[in-house]
Design a protein around this ligand. Structure first.
Ligand SMILES: Cc1ncc(COP(=O)(O)OP(=O)(O)O)c(N)n1
Ligand SMILES: Cc1ncsc1CCOP(=O)(O)O
Ligand SMILES: [Mg+2]
Length: 207
């Protein structure tokens, strides 16, 4: 993995076509020009693409990340991560276990969502490359999001794991992003702060 992980987590954009009011390929191209540091393809939820259409979009988004030299992470789907030659995969607590994933992908980044102390106790942190901590604030983007955990969750994780790459997620905006970093995260991961922005480049600059 040629990318420095903590720097890559700094402005981590997550998106699928279901999050976009216009062409996702154009949105990602603008976002990379504006300085996002990593991208996660998350084609999931109401109105998302499936089958060939999903794969075709994935290929186009993957090509943009390659051109822009930023990591391309696939959400949940091992087969898609393989086909698209992703740099990493992001999974949650109900997805494929990290122990299995690490055997399949010895060299790809594995990101794991950790939302509370119970999940943390059951997570093989030594096998993951980074943690997605949240939802930090209220979000309407993910309908089945867990209970909002607040900035305290970042502080707690950082105290326990001084060196672990941590990215905050959930309801992160231009206005509150700094508080997530001050709490100890290496970066912010956002969907709507970018996809719903009237000026994507300005939003990324302000983030
Ligand atoms: C960076 C990052 N953090 C958390 C998540 C959420 O993953 P998960 O809990 O598996 O939920 P879905 O995204 O699969 O709905 C994420 N995707 N990225
Ligand atoms: C995928 C995900 N996981 C936890 S909250 C969330 C959605 C984040 O979207 P937004 O940045 O629009 O709140
Ligand atoms: Mg998942």
């Amino acid at each position: 993995m040629p990318f420095p992980i903590k720097q890559s987590l700094r402005k981590y954009f997550i998106m699928g076509s279901q999050n976009c009011k216009r062409n996702p390929v154009e949105i990602l191209a603008e976002a990379t020009e504006a300085g996002i540091t990593a991208f996660q393809f998350r084609e999931k939820g109401d109105g998302c693409l499936a089958g060939e259409a999903r794969l075709e979009l994935g290929k186009q988004l993957r090509a943009i990340c390659k051109r822009s030299d930023i990591p391309f992470i696939v959400n949940d789907d091992v087969e898609l991560a393989n086909i698209l030659d992703a740099d990493g995969i992001h999974v949650g607590q109900d997805d494929l276990p990290v122990e299995t994933l690490r055997k399949i992908f010895p060299d790809k980044w594995i990101g794991l969502s950790v939302s509370n102390a119970c999940e943390l106790a059951n997570s093989p942190i030594d096998l993951v490359d980074y943690i997605g901590a949240g939802p930090i604030f209220n979000t309407t983007t993910k309908l089945d999001a867990k209970t909002t955990v607040g900035l305290e969750w970042i502080t707690t994780l950082r105290k326990q794991f001084p060196e672990l790459p941590i990215v905050g997620i959930g309801g992160i905006s231009i206005e509150n992003a700094t508080s997530v970093i001050k709490a100890g995260a290496d970066g912010v991961s956002v969907i709507s702060a970018i996809t719903a922005a009237s000026d994507i480049k300005e939003a990324i600059k302000l983030l």
